[in-house]
Design a protein around this ligand. Structure first.
Ligand code: WT7
Length: 580
């Protein structure tokens, strides 16, 4: 299943034995804990304080109003110990979920690390979600504690409280006094000791919960365990070239998996200094940060790269970007123009990397000594075996040859592979066949072992790098009295990758109008929040459906884009059975 190789190119995949050795060696590099225990936060922070690196800067926080604060590894160790002690005092047990709903503020890092030290499970929520996605995630995770800000609490959470019986504590990061139903994060910390016994978590204890979406059903909570840190640390080094002392900026929000795996864990375990910018994208600000903070490694996303390209390379002029050593991208296809633009403006290409919430860490990347192939996601990292297959309803997966279109699959066996969808065994089982994890992405592999992304085999879309499933968007609109049926598609956009477009059929008695269109868009935005809200809405008489009554979103999309139906049938021929 290796997709073929030529004599003069390195083999694209290693043997199972070599892969096992990669992970064994990576495991041996951890600081480790007595009795075979393992803990992500210990590896991220305390390993450095214990080896005398407590004074190294862990985090440079840039506030949106111009503040700049440095937090050293030693301080991060003490603050996260305090938060872990506080959780214990609150009676939060092993495996219970602690959610965070904040912007990019230092408290978010303390919450994540303290939660992990306490043996509880960290579950980040994106702050641009509206009340509806937040409610579903808080309920499904059975969150015991939520860390958030006073404003986000008022706007998005307070009205949900009575529907969330499991939620015992809401801790606000920006108040000094407890209010009705809330406590002060900082007061709580101040009352705790900054010392703690060693964490007692096992390598396969649940550590992180990341929600992700499929075509059908509510979002799925992907479970990751403490030993995922083995993969975070190794891939940070191999795919992002992280080295101790580097200044590293990951622009992803810790409300999503990239911002946790590569915005917190991978960099800290590798002893680098993180740059954390609280503000939203702003090209001039970004060039200033790269120059002033002397960023060495930069991990960003195609949406941002496209926006920088649009502003033009003049904006980079006058900034000393000579500290930049390595640039990488993730989350959506990075087109060759983006890669080459990096070369022109920064004197080096962007390195595309591919992975998913479920894989927990980077699997495929333009990395190491191999030249970047613009437009390709790259090659599997050491320890990873990837292949292109066709699923068959009866019988094993069928391996495909070079340049044949099929589903990208990964041989099970790396430490950051997710261990379940919370309370959803059937959906988890459906992700595996014959010892392979089925990614749901369509791709090809060329004769030199490089992988090329083609699209998804399901109906989820990427908007500004965020994965959005149709179920949440359609369900929100269906709550409006005028709406009979809804179908969501991704509509290509020069910057966001895709924007969310919905097709709406009205109930009888309602007439399509511009006013109603605006009302429905506003209705969806209030419930879903700006990150998930549809940007376009079109009225239709009815929606195309399969014989079993499923909305044919692919047909809606093909019509919208004027694609010949021939293209559609090819895609559908590849379409995998609905995992959800
Ligand atoms: C989906 C996973 C990105 C990791 C964290 C978010 C798409 C990811 C690439 C890439 C083209 C990519 C895939 C994948 N994707 N990286 N380099 N080129 N597409 O994980 O939210 O679970 O999204 O993002 O479709 O399945 P996620």
């Amino acid at each position: 299943m290796t997709g073929g190789s030529t004599d003069n190119s390195p083999r694209p995949n290693e043997t199972a034995h070599e892969q096992t050795n990669v992970w064994k060696a990576a495991r041996a590099e951890l600081a480790g804990l007595p009795d075979g225990n393992m803990n992500i936060a210990w590896e991220a922070v305390d390993r450095h304080t214990h080896s005398g690196q407590g004074d190294a800067v862990a985090l440079i926080w840039l506030g949106k109003n111009g503040e700049r604060r440095e937090i050293r590894y030693g301080e991060l160790a003490r603050l996260s110990d305090q938060f872990a002690n506080a959780l214990e005092r609150l009676g939060i047990g092993k495996g219970e979920r602690v959610c965070a709903l904040t912007g990019r503020i230092p408290e978010l890092f303390v919450t994540a690390l303290g939660t992990l030290k306490a043996g509880a499970v960290f579950c980040p929520l994106f702050s641009a979600f509206g009340p509806e996605p937040i409610k579903v995630r808080l309920a499904k995770s059975q969150a015991r504690v939520l860390v958030t800000t006073a404003t986000l609490y008022e706007r998005k959470v307070r009205s949900l409280r009575e529907d969330l019986p499991d939620l015992r504590q809401v801790l606000l990061t920006d108040v000094t006094e407890a209010g009705p139903g809330t406590g002060s994060f900082h007061d709580l910390l101040a009352a705790e000791s900054d010392r703690r016994a060693l964490p007692k978590t096992r390598p396969d204890d649940m550590a992180l919960l990341h929600f992700t979406s499929g075509t059908t059903g509510t979002p799925k909570g992907a479970i990751h365990v403490h030993e995922a840190v083995i993969a975070h640390r190794l891939t940070g080094r191999l795919a992002l070239d992280l080295r101790p002392g580097d200044i590293y900026w990951c622009t992803a929000d810790p409300g999503w998996v990239t911002g946790v795996s590569y915005g917190i864990i991978a960099p800290l375990t590798n002893g680098v200094t993180l740059v954390v910018d609280e503000a939203e994208f702003d090209a001039r600000r970004w060039y200033r940060i790269l120059a002033q903070e002397r960023v060495n490694i930069w991990y960003t996303a195609p949406t941002a790269i496209r926006m920088l390209m649009k502003i033009g390379s003049e904006a980079a002029r006058g900034h000393d970007l000579s500290a930049l050593r390595f640039m990488a991208s993730v989350g959506e296809p990075l087109n060759p123009e983006g890669v080459l633009w990096g070369q022109t403006v920064f004197g080096q290409p962007f390195h595309d990397t591919w992975w998913q919430t479920e894989t927990g860490a980077i699997m495929i990347a333009n990395h190491g000594a191999h030249p970047v192939r613009p437009g390709s996601m790259g090659r599997p990292l050491p320890g990873i075996e990837a292949a292109i297959v066709r699923r068959r309803s009866d019988g094993p997966l069928e391996p495909l040859g070079p340049d044949e279109i099929g589903e990208l699959v990964l041989r099970v066996g790396w430490p950051s592979l997710f261990r379940g969808y919370l309370n959803d065994a059937a959906r988890y089982q459906a992700c595996f066949a014959d010892g392979w994890y089925l990614s749901g992405d369509l791709a090809t592999q060329d004769t030199d072992g490089y992988f090329w992304f083609l699209g998804r085999s399901d109906d989820v879309i990427k908007t500004s790098g965020h994965l959005i499933g149709p179920f949440e968007v359609e369900s929100a609109l269906l709550e409006h009295p005028a709406v009979a049926e809804v179908g969501m598609i991704g509509k290509p956009d020069p910057f966001a990758g895709d924007i969310i477009k919905v097709f709406v059929a009205l109930k009888s008695g309602y007439t399509a109008s511009d006013a109603l269109r605006k009302e429905l868009l506003g209705f969806a935005r209030t419930r879903l929040g700006p990150a998930v809200a549809p940007r376009e809405l079109e009225f239709v008489a009815d929606l195309p459906k399969t014989r079993s009554g499923k909305i044919m979103r692919r047909l809606l999309r093909a019509r919208e884009l004027g694609l010949p139906l021939g293209d559609l049938s090819t895609l559908e021929g590849q379409q995998s059975p609905d995992n959800d």
